[in-house]
Design a binder for this molecule. Structure first.
Ligand code: SAH
Length: 247
């Protein structure tokens, strides 16, 4: 894309478990309109598919380059900012931003690292576990009595804001270059959660069946902080020591 330099190509669109291939094609089309090229599909129900190609209408190059993943974690590899989208605002305890802020944040941070914008299933959206992997959630304001947008329309609105942020020259970054690489990657954060969960089980603090909400709540705490690599290393060191004491 001529108007998006290579750095802004660090923004990927992740669609999870999409049922209707037409929605994948429509999303590819609006992405290309808005200058984004990297589409990640997590377990799409039908892909490749003629309906996707038909709806992409000239953006089928994005479909042939799309990365098909078998897990959400795989689609987030290398990302240091993960923004999920959801129509359900009130029930979820998480930090919410609007699409405009998300556009600005994505453009700013993509100058330095990989950013994922995540879109859920047509009927049920994102699961709580998937939300647990997002740093912030984006809600597009809608009629409260009819709040759920078609997923490709949601992609349209968010990617439009990315384009606007880019055009408005919001490229001056909010991060100092040295700060950027300090953020822990999604993979390392995931390994930390696994380690934390195992340690809490080892010290008899957690019984998953009795307290299914504990890990989602702890994820929420750490996601709010947005851990840096050095902080993550300290926490993992504490977990290692704690596990040794229990041996
Ligand atoms: N009941 C689901 C609706 C799914 S709509 C939910 O509460 O999320 C399919 C997808 O479109 C959602 O997962 C989300 O990615 C996007 N979407 C739909 N409406 C949205 C809105 N108002 N704000 C943000 N994303 C929205």
């Amino acid at each position: 894309m001529a108007y998006l330099d290579k750095k802004h190509n660090n923004i990927r669109i992740v669609m999870i478990n999409t049922s209707h291939p037409g929605n994948i094609g429509a999303a590819a089309r609006v992405m290309k309109n808005m200058g984004l090229t990297r589409l990640y599909l997590v377990n799409p129900k039908q892909f490749p598919n003629y309906e996707a190609t038909a709806m992409a209408s000239g953006a089928d190059d994005l479909l042939s380059q799309a990365t098909v993943c078998s897990s959400f974690e795989e689609a987030l590899e290398g990302c240091r900012l993960v923004l999920g989208t959801t129509a359900r605002e009130r029930k979820i305890q998480h930090e919410f931003i609007d699409a405009r802020e998300a556009g600005g944040l994505s453009v700013c941070e993509s100058a330095q690292h990989e950013v994922a914008l995540v879109f859920g299933r047509e009927r049920t959206g994102l699961t709580n576990d998937e939300i647990g992997l997002c740093h912030k959630l984006i809600n597009i304001p809608t009629n409260p009595d009819y709040s759920s947008l078609n997923v490709a329309s949601a992609v349209q609105i968010v990617t439009y804001e990315v384009m606007m942020a880019f055009q408005m020259g919001q490229v001056q970054t909010t991060l100092k270059p040295e700060e950027s690489t300090e953020y822990a990657s999604s993979e390392d954060i995931e390994r930390f959660y696994e380690h934390l969960q195992q340690t809490l089980i080892d010290i008899d603090f957690l019984r998953i069946k009795q307290s299914p909400q504990l890990m989602p709540k702890l994820r929420h705490v750490y996601n709010r902080i947005r851990l840096k690599q050095e902080e993550l290393n300290i926490l993992r060191g504490i977990l290692n020591k704690t596990q040794k004491l229990k041996e």
